[in-house]
Ligand binder design. Structure first.
Ligand code: PMP
Length: 273
């Protein structure tokens, strides 16, 4: 079998060489940022189409800014690098692309982000649909979403995904497929790794970017489709927990989840289920 090629700190290497030492700061303290990007294989064209590649790297660089990571590469250069990597790993399947920028210096005792060495890794993995069901059963999590003043959700920071993992684990243990998280003001802001949309009386509602959310690329595409193609009224505003229970429709969007309908929340049918 062909060996997977990965990018690490300026070099394309085989998978077994794309390793970091156990002393790496990011491994101990969550000081990394990442992206998740999809490429779809077209049987007809025999080609892979990457979904909004440069937009993902613009967000990646914005995330880097929060953690004082300086890669010295533009979104365009990162995109070109990724295309090179995709070509090296090409197969006739859908693909998931994972860029990761992180503090790679030894961990102990140093929390000054500006003094720590930055590393960059990018790898690809063959991946189809993550959520197969035509509708999922969700619960409002007892875990609160991290906030802008603790670990900014606007940046895709690795350490913040401990929060995601706690919520997701709890939801599965409770027999649900997915968690909906509230911020510290009690507004429903996101799924575990998805943005949320609600429909009530023909109006589509989604939380604003100032509501402790990741500013999703799929969210943006969805908003454009809703406004420009479907011509439906769309409002960005905070969502109360009780509004979720009373929604006519509810759906989660994200690179992994794509567009996933939620048909039940905490035992209550959404619309007619
Ligand atoms: N919120 C969180 C917390 C996420 O991890 C993701 C997945 N990246 C999203 C929203 C959706 O963002 P996107 O559409 O850019 O994948």
């Amino acid at each position: 079998m062909k060996k997977r090629i990965m990018y690490l700190d300026g070099k394309f290497v085989t998978e077994e060489k794309a390793v970091v030492p156990v002393t790496a700061h990011a491994l101990h303290y969550g000081t990394g940022v990442f992206e998740g990007i999809r490429a779809y294989y077209s049987q007809k064209d025999k080609a892979l189409y990457v979904f909004r590649l440069e937009d993902h790297f613009k967000r990646f660089l914005d995330s880097c800014k929060i953690l004082c990571i300086d890669l010295g590469l533009s979104a365009e250069e990162l995109s070109q690098l990724t295309i090179e990597l995709i070509k090296k790993n090409f197969s006739e399947t859908d693909m998931y692309i994972r860029p990761l920028a992180f503090k790679s210096d030894p961990a102990v005792g140093n929390f000054n982000l500006k003094t720590l060495k930055d590393s960059l890794a990018i790898y690809t993995v063959a991946m189809g649909r993550m959520i197969e069901k035509n509708g999922i059963n969700a619960t409002i999590s007892s875990w609160t979403r991290v906030s802008d003043n603790s670990i900014p959700p606007r940046a895709k920071i690795t350490g913040a995904y401990a929060n995601t993992s706690l919520a997701k684990t709890e939801s599965i243990a409770g027999g649900y497929d997915e968690a909906l998280l509230m911020d510290n003001r009690g507004h429903v802001v996101e799924g575990s790794a998805e943005n949320v949309f609600l429909v009530k009386n023909g109006v589509v509602i989604t939380p604003p970017v100032s509501d402790d959310i990741l500013v999703g690329i799929t969210r943006d595409t969805m908003m454009r489709l809703i406004s420009d193609q479907l011509h439906l009224p769309l409002v960005e505003r905070s969502i109360d927990r009780s509004e979720v229970y009373q929604a006519d429709e509810l759906f989660l969007v994200g690179t992994g989840a794509e567009v996933t309908p939620v048909i039940k929340v905490d035992g209550r049918n959404i619309g007619d289920g």
